[in-house]
Every structure is written in C-alpha cells, then in structure tokens.
Design a protein around this ligand. Structure first.
Ligand code: NAD
Ligand code: ISE
Length: 349
C-alpha cells in the first residue's frame, strides 16, 4: 500500500520531509500540500507531480485522497490541525511542539482518548538516532548499573536575532527534555534554570548559554547545556554517569583525519545534517505503521510532558527559583503496549 501523505507547512523542515518522503523512503507519496504562504506552497506543489494544492490545512485534512497528515507549520497552529486529524480519524505526524500550551495539549489528549486509539506521533527525532538508541539499549541492559546523572549538551552555531531566551528553552531544549524522559524512563518533576556568563556574540536580549537542571521522578538529575551561538558547528553531546561506568555519544564525524601531528573530523553544520538518518528512520517507521493500521513513536502524552517541562523552565528562568512540573494522571492509552507501539518505550511514569 502507498500511503498518500498531505503536508501542512512547507517551510524549512516541511520541505526537507517532503524530500525524504519523495526521494528517500518507500511506501509513501506526497499527495497534497498547503501553506499560509500560497506562493511557497504553489512552488513546492509544482515540483511534486500529481500533488494537490489546498488553500487551508482543514481542506487538506478533509481531502479523501489524503490518508495521513504531516504538520510542519508554526507551533501555535499545531493544535488546530492535530485536533482536525483526530476528528477525521487520520494518523498525523506533528513536528514538535505538539502544542504550545498545557490546555491545548490536554485538549489533544482528551480528543485522542475519546477516540479510543492513538493517532498522533510527535517529531522527537532523537529517539530514532542510532547513537541514542544504542545508549538506551545499554542502559536497559544494565551495562553501567543504574543511571545517576545525565549531561545533555545542545549547541547551535547561530540563531536569528529574533530568537528569545524563552524560545531557546521551548524550541531547542525541548529535544533534551524529551530524550531525557525517554532514556531515563522517568518524568521530570521539577526544573531550575541558571544563567552563566553571556556569550559576547549573542543578541542583547538573549541569555546564551543557559543551564537547565531537570530533577527526574527517579532522582536522576539532568544537566542540559544550551548554547546557540557557538559558531563552530552543530554539536550534540550526551553522557550518562551510571553506578559503575559511563555511556556517552561518540563524535558524529564519519572519519577522522590525522596529518602533520594533528587530527580532525567534521562537525555537522546543523540539525538537518546531524539527524539526517534519524529523520529518515522516524518517517519510515511512521509510514510503515500507518500502512499497517497501527500507531507508533512519541505520543501525545510525550508531547504534553515536554510542553509542561518547557513551561516550567520558562517560569524557572523568570523567577530564578525551581519550578515544579505538575501533570494529570496518565491515561491507559499511553501506557507501554497499549497502542501498538512496538518499540521505543514511552512508559515514562
Ligand atoms: P518555517 O518558518 O521554515 O516553516 C513553517 C511554515 O509553516 C511556513 O512556510 C509558514 O508559512 C507555514 N505556516 C504557518 N502557519 C500556517 C498555517 N496556519 N497553515 C499552513 N501553513 C502555515 O519553520 P520550520 O523551521 O520549518 O519549523 C516548522 C515546525 O517544525 C516548527 O514547529 C518547528 O518547531 C519544527 N522543527 C522541528 C525540528 C526538529 O529537529 N524536529 C527542526 C526544525 C523545526
Ligand atoms: C530547531 O527547531 C530544532 O528542532 C533543532 O533540532 C534544534 O537543534 C534547534 O535548536 C531548534 O531551533
């Protein structure tokens, strides 16, 4: 079966996902696109033989020729489109964030629970990265005993001057928050934000770097370092300290060159390069699940949890004090094994 995918939002990541759906992966084709910028949508549609152009996301979702939907528009628009997909009974891949407020995420949880089946996958692609997956397997195997602390380094070469400190917590640290919950199989119960000496090249309004502490329900403490103007490249780091050893992400360069008494490797330019394979795997698993009539991957619950932690981190940054994370009870639908989620445990109670 070929899954006919409709894509809402054809900006930077929307176009990258269209490229992989069209040229890299199997079992899917892009059948329809839309964007608030109709000129951009038209240009993208012109490059996709047979793809329809819709005026709005709602029109695209209602199109009977669209089997499943990718939402890659701006964060505040996600709730509307995800709810419409659930109402239409269509599987939806939603780029992070699931939605931008607690209330919006809860409306999505309520709708999915009322529908009685999972239809939403959130784009937390790190869970599909080989290195992170191996790290999780080693942790589960008990190779280094119980995890005690986790360091998550997230460095971007630069960000546009419009990016705010809150934006870094919500848009960048959200990945560290999700991967921490997933790796450590535990929810975040409170968070605190520290402001180190500012980088001279950061815009005046921006606190860069940031240090975010996450206290997990299982007492592990996570130390997230977000630095978004490091200039030298896109550098993602991770190290778990366990009772009897450590596990860390290796350097991602494919080769190391040694010459004239020095050695060097490539630092990825951006998230597209660093997580290229992870995005491919993420989408292939989603397509395969949609074709098989089941759900997979990070759920609405995972999107909800991440948004709550981002909210708490924003509050902690504002006050300088620790901020608690309060969650509603986890519905049965999101318990491991309850929804056909064959891998990548999301049972982060
Ligand atoms: P972008 O600004 O390049 O593209 C977003 C597009 O959505 C634009 O073309 C815009 O016109 C369109 N849009 C906005 N509102 C719309 C609406 N109501 N209907 C239809 N289209 C609408 O942004 P981007 O960098 O591609 O980010 C898009 C989403 O992907 C964001 O939620 C972002 O957080 C997420 N993202 C995820 C990753 C990741 O690593 N997983 C990386 C980058 C972006
Ligand atoms: C971007 O939106 C992403 O999701 C990237 O993965 C992240 O590294 C970057 O900081 C964000 O702006």
């Amino acid at each position: 079966m070929t899954v006919n995918v409709g894509v809402i939002g054809v900006g930077m990541i929307g176009q990258d996902h269209i490229r992989r759906l069209t040229h890299v992966l199997s079992g899917a084709r892009v059948a329809a696109v839309t964007d608030a910028d109709m000129e951009r949508a038209q240009t993208v549609a012109d490059g996709l033989p047979g793809a329809k152009l819709h005026k709005t996301g709602q029109d695209l979702i209602e199109d009977p020729d669209v089997d499943a939907v990718v939402v890659a528009s701006w964060g505040p628009t996600h709730e509307e489109f995800v709810l419409a997909c659930i109402a239409a009974g269509k599987q939806v891949f939603c780029e992070k964030p699931l939605a931008t407020t607690r209330e919006a995420c809860e409306r999505i949880l309520d709708a999915e629970v009322a529908a009685g089946r999972r239809m939403v996958m959130v784009g937390f692609m790190r869970r599909y990265d080989d290195a992170y997956r191996t790290m999780k397997e080693e942790l589960a195997a008990g190779t280094i005993g119980a995890p005690l602390m986790y360091y998550s380094g997230h460095r971007n070469p630069s960000v546009p001057p419009s990016v705010t400190t809150e934006g870094v917590l919500v848009d960048t640290c959200v990945h560290d928050i999700d991967v921490s919950r997933w790796l450590l199989d535990s929810e975040v119960v409170s968070t605190q934000v520290f402001s180190p000496r500012r980088a001279g090249q950061a815009a005046d309004v921006l606190q860069d770097p940031l240090l975010l502490m996450l206290i997990m329900a299982n007492d592990v403490i996570v130390n997230v370092e977000a630095a978004v103007n490091v200039a030298y490249g896109y550098d993602i780091r991770g190290e778990v300290l366990g009772e009897t050893g450590t596990i860390e992400l290796a350097e991602s360069s494919k080769i190391i060159v040694k010459r004239e008494g020095r050695y060097s490797g490539r630092v990825p330019a951006d998230w597209r390069e660093r997580f290229l394979r992870a995005y491919d795997t993420e989408f292939q698993e989603w397509i395969d699940a949609v074709a098989a009539g089941r759900s997979t991957g990070p759920s609405s619950w995972d999107g909800y949890a991440a948004t709550l932690v981002c909210d708490a981190a924003t509050e902690a940054y504002r006050t300088g004090a620790p901020a608690p994370v309060t969650m509603r009870e986890k519905p049965d639908l999101y318990m491991v094994g309850a929804s056909g989620d064959g891998h990548a445990p999301t049972g982060t109670d």
